[in-house]
Design a protein around this ligand. Structure first.
Ligand code: FAD
Length: 304
């Protein structure tokens, strides 16, 4: 219930308005967000990305946003990603830019999202950057996969995220391994109806392992995007992490010491880092998926 409340709170326009109106409220909540978000500007994201890259981590950078409804805003978002691709490419080759398709056009029109994705893929190719498409609510899964499939047939530098908690995912995976793009496996962040998705459980963890096993055994590039220590240890025991096709990817600010340990063991590691004006939405997502973070947020506000 707490998770649900936080997720719907994040989307309320009223909150955006309040944050714009009150500098004090904006600054207080930003202190809590700073643990997970680089800042409001692209330069904030790039500054932290450079430091992480110098320490040996791969980077996934995202300008936070979703459900853009107006064409002009979809174009604006796409132009921001154009610039981000250039800047991320300048840090080092092999970095990643991540985004929601609904940020660049899917909530407006299928063709807008597809057209923007193709333009971004072209630019990313020039700058040796990989694009990773995030996975959103199950109501959008078919459309996201349709846009991805069409684009990934033309560009091998586009990857896709799949949610292990959805019952449909093993079928989706079987079809998607035909395409060259990297597949990021996550447990799933959205509250879904029980006939579509399973809860956090051993059953879900086993499903996660089966999906990764399938990818590793077909030598497909995969990002294991989880903070679950037990699950990561099991992947290490099964020799998944040792594969050169596998990288471990975690969200900035969540259990960084754990990712550091994996990096020190010699595994490929990547930090998913975000920036942007929609940081409140992102903060609510992080609190919702792990409500204990509410206490951490309070401490960050009192003692930043
Ligand atoms: P859980 O079982 O949820 O957590 C395991 C343990 O990890 C917890 O016990 C806790 O110790 C720690 N932990 C987990 N979350 C937090 C947190 N917020 N704060 C502090 N500790 C925490 N989801 C999507 O639906 N679509 C996407 O496109 C998507 N992209 C992602 C990309 C990356 C790189 C990552 C890492 C996650 C992404 N997610 C996405 C979120 C994902 O679905 C999960 O909601 C999130 O990773 C938490 O699940 P978990 O695998 O860490 O396991």
């Amino acid at each position: 219930q707490v998770s649900h409340a936080l997720k719907s709170l994040a989307r309320k326009e009223e909150w955006k308005h309040r944050l714009q109106q009150s500098e004090e409220l904006h600054d207080i909540l930003l202190k809590a967000a700073n643990r997970y978000v680089a800042g409001e500007k692209r330069s904030d994201g790039l500054a932290i990305a450079r430091k992480l890259q110098a320490k040996g981590y791969g980077i996934s950078l995202e300008n936070i946003g979703e459900n853009t409804k107006l064409l002009a805003q979809c174009r604006e978002a796409k132009m921001e990603f154009d610039q981000l691709i250039e800047d991320v490419g300048a840090i080092a080759p092999g970095q990643t830019v991540s985004f929601d398709l609904s940020h660049i056009g899917l909530s407006y029109q299928f063709d807008t999202a597809y057209g923007h994705l193709i333009e971004l893929a072209e630019k990313a190719n020039e700058h040796e950057v990989t694009l990773m498409i995030s996975m959103e609510e199950s109501t959008k899964t078919d459309q996201i996969l349709a846009v991805y499939r069409q684009a990934a047939e033309l560009y091998s530098n586009i990857g896709i995220t799949l949610q292990a908690h959805l019952f449909r995912t093993p079928d989706d995976l079987r079809k998607l391994v035909q395409l060259p793009g990297k597949i990021r496996i996550v447990k799933g962040a959205y509250q879904e109806p029980s006939h579509l998705a399973m809860e956090r459980s051993d059953y879900l963890n086993n499903r996660y392992l089966e999906l990764v096993d399938h990818l590793v055994s077909t030598n497909h590039p995969v990002s294991v995007a989880t903070h679950d220590q037990k699950l990561l240890e099991e992947m290490e025991r099964r020799q998944f992490l040792q594969s050169t096709d596998v990288e471990i990817e975690m969200l900035y600010g969540i259990q960084p010491s754990q990712l550091k340990l994996f990096k020190e063991k010699g595994y490929q590691t990547r930090v998913y880092l975000t920036y942007g004006h929609e940081w409140f939405l992102y903060l609510c997502h992080r609190l919702a998926e792990y409500p204990e973070n509410i206490y951490t947020a309070l401490i960050d506000i009192i003692n930043p």
